[in-house]
Design a protein around this ligand. Structure first.
Ligand code: SF4
Length: 105
């Protein structure tokens, strides 16, 4: 290997390694998961399983209302979990529900 080729190879390896390290360092970890006992979630009656909503306490709840179909759900329709804008970006269950449910447009 010629000296200039060796230098180019070493430069490529150093830059490539730096880019890889930088991309790993900036990798975003997933948002924390909302629990039913989080103060904000609890205040909204959040349930991770919409079928467990107490109808006596939340008579407005309908079975078809789940986080997947809520305007505040930031995931795709088949995502099991996704951030909720109303719960500070914490992840909520796609099959969850809370009293702030609003039909996605
Ligand atoms: Fe689910 Fe919508 Fe309530 Fe967020 S605001 S927890 S997406 S029903």
């Amino acid at each position: 290997m010629k000296a200039s080729n060796r230098r180019a190879f070493m430069f490529t390896m150093m830059v490539g390694g730096g880019v890889l390290a930088a991309s790993r360092a900036s990798g975003q970890s997933p948002a924390p998961v909302a629990t039913e006992t989080d103060p904000q979630a609890s205040a909204l009656g959040y349930k991770t399983d919409g079928s467990k909503v107490d109808p006596a306490r939340y008579p407005q709840h309908q079975a078809a209302q789940v986080c997947h179909g809520c305007t505040f759900f930031q995931g795709k329709p088949d995502d099991a979990m996704a951030p909720c804008l109303l719960l500070g970006g914490k992840q909520v269950a796609g099959q969850g529900w809370c009293m702030a449910w609003a039909k996605k447009a």
